[in-house]
Design a protein around this ligand. Structure first.
Ligand code: GLU
Length: 389
């Protein structure tokens, strides 16, 4: 019998060139908090080298700074206050990058460290600068090793966890595959450690509420985000047309085996209608600063006729935002259906709402654009997107 999922998986993998490999703290560090498992680092480095010899470009997103640093400071790994966590990250990051450096050097590869905050990626200029740096590292055959810049990131500027960071990185480096190395070998229908009936899910077409419910019941030992954040990362990558594989990271050879076509782990299929890098950046990297409510005519023009948003269709402005910030678009029948960059400050939008574009100059005394939001800067949410449920 032909396994269509396997055929499709192999087809997708055959054209993979650039891969993000996310390595969780649970994979790198020993369970009893005794430090880093150097053997695991070496075996992952050796697989990265194999992939590199196969002509693939690999970027590593590695956790572990807090786990390593907290051991040095002799404080527990979990439940730390933010300043102690940041201090631990500061101590641990140096060791983490040197571990990767040593392991990859042994394989004849060099390492470039990249530390990022959410703020860095939300700023278009810094996003593009980071992309250029990483592309240059690839040109020199250097492996970028990326982590969150934990020492400066607090609350609102935190990615939250490295699963989310790895999904953002797939866009940043324009990867075609995200692999998440975990301490479990994929998504299970329930927690395999508690439920003997738990079954591994081999393929996921769409991260819907039933997949999320399974992820909530599943668990990982050490990772910050657990299975839910891995599944959400896969969903975010799928929007960008990128497949994701969740794999057991400490099983020797699993990364290369999976990429060569062995059906291990959980494979998440990408969406067919991938959105562009810029729209993906708007949807996921930008925080929403307000909501613009539109009438039915504007809603239809946006959803069905490929038009931009004009002031005449706006009925209500919620929140305060600068021009160029991201706002959501809402209609009373459809709900929130899109997000985009607004060409006007909320204060200006308040004044011009409901008016024709030809009246903008009279009202404000100037006019930047006819469109309040340009079509090319608007991303439409997918119905199945779990974060919009
Ligand atoms: N950036 C954190 C670290 O290096 C990890 C966050 C996570 O585990 O997701 O320790």
């Amino acid at each position: 019998m032909i396994d269509n999922n396997l055929t499709r998986r192999n087809e997708l993998l055959s054209s993979v060139n650039r891969i993000v490999v996310k390595v969780g703290s649970g994979v790198l560090t020993e369970e009893n908090h005794q430090g880093v498992n150097k053997e695991v680092v070496s075996q992952i480095a050796s697989q990265v080298s194999t992939l590199s010899k196969m002509g693939k470009q690999v970027a590593i997103v590695s956790s572990g700074s807090v786990a390593i640093g907290s051991r040095v400071l002799q404080v527990p790994r979990h439940g730390l206050s933010i300043p102690v966590k940041q201090a631990a990250a500061s101590l641990g990051q140096g060791s983490l990058i040197s571990l990767w450096g040593q392991a990859l050097n042994t394989e004849g590869l060099r390492v470039g460290q990249i530390l990022l905050t959410h703020d860095d990626l939300a700023n278009r200029r810094r996003f593009l600068n980071s992309r250029n740096t990483i592309n240059t590292l690839f040109d020199f055959n250097v492996i970028p090793v990326i982590n969150e810049n934990d020492t400066v990131a607090v609350h609102e500027i935190k990615f939250g966890d490295n699963d989310t960071l790895s999904a953002r990185i797939t866009n940043l480096v324009e990867a075609d595959l995200l692999t998440i190395l975990s301490d479990v070998d994929g998504l299970y229908t329930s927690d395999p450690r508690l439920d003997t009936m738990a079954k591994k899910v081999a393929y996921v077409d769409d991260v819907n509420s039933s997949i999320l419910a399974m992820a909530k019941d599943s668990s990982t030992k050490t990772g910050l985000g657990g299975m839910v954040s891995k599944v959400n990362a896969a969903s975010e990558a799928a929007r960008f047309g990128v497949s994701t594989i969740i794999l057991h990271g400490t099983k020797k050879g699993s990364l290369v085996d999976a990429i060569k076509g062995k059906p291990i782990g959980t494979f998440f299929f990408p969406h067919d209608d991938r959105i562009s890098s810029k729209l993906h950046w708007i949807e996921f990297s930008l925080k929403t600063s307000g909501i613009i409510h539109v009438d039915d005519g504007a809603c239809e023009a946006l959803l069905k006729k490929g038009k931009s948003l004009l002031a005449s269709g706006i009925t209500l402005i919620e929140g305060e935002f600068e021009s160029g910030e991201a706002v959501e678009i809402c209609n009373k029948e459809v709900g929130i259906f899109a997000k985009g960059l607004c060409n006007y400050h909320s204060f200006e939008a308040q004044q011009i709402k409901g008016h024709k574009s030809t009246e903008i100059e009279n009202i404000l005394g100037y006019k930047f654009y006819d469109e309040v939001m340009h079509r090319n800067d608007i991303v439409f949410f997918q119905k199945s997107d779990p974060s919009k449920d």
